[in-house]
Design a protein around this ligand. Structure first.
Ligand code: BGC
Length: 902
């Protein structure tokens, strides 16, 4: 019989340098099997034949995240492991072996110290700043069998050994809440070293640590100095360990990168390149000593997420010469990353590259729509916001005139589809330039395709929007703000979890959300958060908004649903409970001004009404945006939204407490949820059954969160449909309710209305974006108007959550709350709108799920794949229901029996 496959450690494939002491192991059951009855895991240290850990036969159906439970592992140990299973078909073979390797686990493993360049105070204060080169030469006396480099930085680093770049990761060590979490990368550098003379070199730039961050483009958030930490561990053939770490022996210099900032761009003079600075041949002169700096090395850990990489390269679709000195490259796709330019012209040619998402009427690149509106927010004039209005996303390069010269800025990142090239003497061709797509190298897990091309393009645009916003953290946009807005990830995470494996990526982000959370439980707007409470007060948007802070509960919950990571729920419990307790206190302690006016003595239920504090509310309903939006939000009564989220989070917390076996919390949060729901009903449902806020978003939330009594649901759904019809069959939802709009219509008996909205192609609608040429999802419903004038960001994934409707309703693959990781799932396709075939595939933690249907000659035919270890309930459009075991299944029914066929 065949063996288990797909061996994984934590949420990674064969991770190098992890600092999780008891990594959890997962595998897929052998192909063709149905149910795991028992398993056995065997692990050995790579340099020994002796078994380190053998579980023996364990009676269990668990094949996901089984914790390593052998002897304590030490720094640098590499563990080979294999597994076999017993299923209904008997005992399997042992799987192909897999491995993981431990990183440096304790402060004592570090001989290295953080080193900084010596810089003038005015450099420390200004931005952008140069990148620094660090270097140290050394001799390896003996032959060696293996070598590892452990590295991190305050800033962004690239490492080189003997003139070769180390590894293929980008923007390392990534963006975290640095004073709490700093990540170390581990590289196998055995092949880069030689016996004899060697040189270690690194380029370090500002990155997120002290470069511009957030929409306010503040600098020096985590400190005024960049720093490097690196340690090379070389194992000689006799196992003697030689360690070479950053410290006083290192020297430092500036080089060819005179400016490097993630927002602003990178400026390079290739004539100033220090030849061979990182190779043993050179003995550079004039390099300066470094100073050591303090950082608690115990905080260094490996990242739970995969690294950022150059994931793909795109050839330009057109290059247009606007006038002799200016040409515009169109990649045909909005991405995050940079360009690689291979033709730099003769020596001294000064080229500038301006990256943008849109073209103005003149056919030239514009970034105007990404700049703050200067007439509006008062704070823009204050000194700390000085960078906010500076032009950005501009790279500059001066050619040295060498053959094969190439420019690729790897210390910045841009959101763009178009690049304006100035100063290049020749007209560029597709051979000269490519767009480099840069983001976290996530494993793709989900696909969708149907008979309607525009819907397929909408799906593509949403996938690209996510790719454009997965640069180490989930960002709102890759341009204007690049911030880990909690609301945006809360909205999109379940959609993302279908198309990519976002488990490690989300866990990493949650660690920062938790690190930045205030002691009173308040969750900040972004994770990591770079805007302090004082700054947000100045802007008039204090932290702690409903729908955004609820990410603390919703994100772990959705990750649990998609990947069955129960430990994540346990780890996040204090954070999520603190958030709900914070919101509960806010509800108890304050009353909104308007409510005090209307009802001087508080009604009893108001204790559970959350109507104070700052909230983003539904956010960006059509036509909502104006320069005074934020001041308006600051005084508005958001009770109907905030109380709804308090109920939803309290209910999720009850469920999570059940899963974690936290008995008293179950009853405590259940009581809270019940009281909050009653308060919401008492305050916001009018006697005639309509809501006090008669908006589509309010009805969508009422139904999705189950806020209205059962008997009112039909009436509430009917009112939602009326509002849609009154708007000419258009949506009028913003950020928070949009993902739920089509699902709730389908669930309450209006799938045709859901389809009408999906296919609506006049503004506001998703297909307006596609028809107006969007290749990523817009932030505002009017991202680009009829004239082609852009407004706000053109690459915000949140409204792209609509593609969940394609996965879960059109193709019909539905995750069930009591079947985490798709252990039990539903296939429930909802054909409609003349679509003649649709297909979705999802690589769940148990393996590939497929739902594919065709309508042909009045036959509705459905093919379903159920992976080993799972079961599915299959619902056909005519109402028939089947239970499906692992394997491939085909179902047929006359199309006329389906809802749309009728
Ligand atoms: C961001 C959003 C974010 C919002 C808060 C915006 O400026 O781009 O995506 O969620 O602020 O409402």
């Amino acid at each position: 019989m065949t063996a288990p496959t797909g061996l994984r450690v934590e949420h990674r494939d064969e991770p190098l340098g992890i600092t999780t002491r008891q990594p959890r192991l997962s595998w897929h059951l052998p192909a063709g099997s149905r149910r795991q009855i028992a398993f056995q895991v065997r692990a050995a240290l790579s340099d020994s034949d002796q078994v380190l850990w053998d579980t023996g036969r364990i009676e269990s159906d668990q094949s996901l995240l089984v914790p390593y439970n052998g002897p304590a592992l030490e720094s640098g140990q590499r563990v080979n492991w294999t597994t076999r299973t017993w299923t209904e078909r008997g005992r399997s073979e042992w799987s192909n072996p897999s491995w993981w390797e431990m990183g440096l686990l304790s402060r004592d493993d570090w001989l290295a110290r953080f080193i900084e360049p010596v810089e003038d105070d005015d450099i420390k204060a200004g931005s952008p700043r140069p990148a620094y080169l660090f270097r140290r030469s050394f001799k390896l006396e003996h032959d060696f069998s293996a070598a590892r480099l452990y590295a991190s930085a305050h800033g962004i680093y690239e490492f080189f050994i003997n003139g070769q770049r180390v590894g293929d990761m980008e923007l390392t060590p990534g963006f975290t809440s640095y004073w709490s979490n700093l990540h170390v990368q581990t590289f196998d550098v055995t092949d880069l070293l030689q016996q004899g003379d060697n040189v270690l070199g690194a380029i370090v730039s500002d990155g997120w640590f002290r470069g511009q961050v957030s929409g306010a483009r503040l600098t020096n958030i985590y400190g005024a100095s960049i720093a490097l930490l690196a340690q090379l561990n070389v194992y000689e053939a006799n196992q003697t360990l030689t360690r070479i770490g950053t410290g006083p022996e290192w020297t430092c210099s500036t080089g060819h990168i005179s400016e490097a900032d993630l927002f602003q761009g990178q400026t390079v003079d290739l004539r100033a390149t220090l030849r061979n600075w990182d190779s043993p041949m050179a003995q550079p002169r004039g390099w300066l000593p470094v100073t050591e700096c303090d950082y608690d090395l115990a905080r260094l850990v490996s990242s739970p997420a995969p690294p950022v990489r150059r994931v793909e390269e795109l050839s330009p679709s057109t290059v247009t010469r606007l006038h002799p000195n200016r040409q515009v490259i169109d990649l045909g796709q909005n991405i995050n990353g940079w360009v690689r330019l291979r033709n730099l012209g003769p020596e001294g040619t000064a080229i500038s590259l301006t990256y943008g998402e849109a073209l103005g009427k003149d056919g030239d690149v514009t970034t105007q729509h990404l700049m703050p509106d200067l007439d509006a927010p008062r704070y823009v004039q204050e000194p700390e916001f000085v960078n906010m209005t500076a032009p950005f996303q501009i790279d500059r390069v001066v050619s040295a005139g060498h053959p094969n010269e190439c420019f690729e800025p790897r210390h910045t990142s841009h959101g763009f589809r178009y690049v304006r090239v100035e100063g290049h003497p020749e007209t560029l061709t597709a051979d000269d330039v490519s767009g480099v797509v840069v983001h976290t190298d996530l494993r793709r897990t989900g696909w969708f395709e149907c008979s309607d091309d525009r819907i397929n393009r909408l799906h593509e645009a949403a996938v690209w929007s996510f790719r454009g916003n997965a640069c180490d953290i989930p960002t709102d946009c890759p341009t204007r703000e690049r911030a880990g807005w909690t609301g945006d990830w809360q909205i999109f995470v379940s959609t993302a979890a279908f198309i990519y494996d976002v488990a490690g990526f989300s866990i990493k982000w949650l660690q920062d959300l938790t690190a930045d959370q205030h002691d009173d439980g308040k969750v900040l707007h972004c994770a990591p958060e770079t805007m302090s409470a004082e700054i947000m007060d100045k802007i008039g948007a204090p932290h702690g908004s409903a729908g955004w802070g609820d990410a603390a509960v919703i994100v772990p919950w959705e990750i649990y649903r998609a990947y069955e990571d129960r430990d994540l729920l346990a780890d996040q419990w204090p954070s999520m409970a603190a958030w709900v307790d914070f919101a509960t206190r806010m509800a108890r302690e304050g009353r909104h001004e308007s409510r005090v006016q209307q009802r001087p003595v508080a009604a009893a239920h108001e204790e559970f009404l959350w109507d104070t504090g700052f909230h983003w509310g539904e956010w960006l309903e059509p036509d909502e945006w104006s320069p005074d939006t934020i001041p308006r939000l600051g005084t508005a009564d958001h009770g109907i939204v905030a109380t709804a989220y308090l109920y939803y989070s309290a209910r999720l917390l009850t469920r999570i407490a059940e899963i974690l076996g936290r008995g008293s919390d179950v009853s405590r949060y259940r009581r809270l949820a019940t009281a909050v729901r009653s308060a919401w009903q008492a305050e916001f449902i009018k006697p005639d059954g309509t809501l006090t806020s008669d908006t589509q978003a309010s009805y969508v939330r009422a139904l999705t969160f189950n806020l209205v009594p059962d008997e009112l649901r039909p009436q509430v759904a009917k009112r939602l449909v009326e509002l849609i019809r009154e708007a000419g069959t258009h949506l009028r939802t913003g950020f928070l309710a949009t993902p739920y709009l089509l699902p709730v219509l389908a669930d309450t008996g209006y799938p045709e209305v859901a389809y009408e909205l999906l296919f609506q192609d006049t503004e506001p609608s998703w297909l307006t974006m596609i028809d107006r040429g969007a290749t990523t999802i817009w932030e505002d419903w009017r991202g680009t108007d009829e004239e082609g004038t852009p407004s706000l960001s053109l690459n915000h994934y949140s409204k792209g959550a609509v593609i969940s409707f394609l996965h879960r309703y059109i193709a019909g693959i539905q995750l069930l709350d009591d079947g985490p990781a798709y252990k039990r799932f539903r296939i429930n396709p909802t054909p409609g709108a003349g679509i003649t075939h649709a297909r979705a595939d999802h690589d769940s933690p148990y393996g590939r799920i497929t739902s594919a249907w065709h309508i042909h000659d009045d036959q509705f035919k459905l093919n379903v794949t159920v992976p080993p270890g799972t079961t599915a309930e299959v619902h056909l459009p005519d109402g028939a229901r089947f239970d499906a075991e692992p394997g491939n299944h085909t179902y047929r029914q006359p199309h006329s029996a389906t809802r749309t066929g009728r």
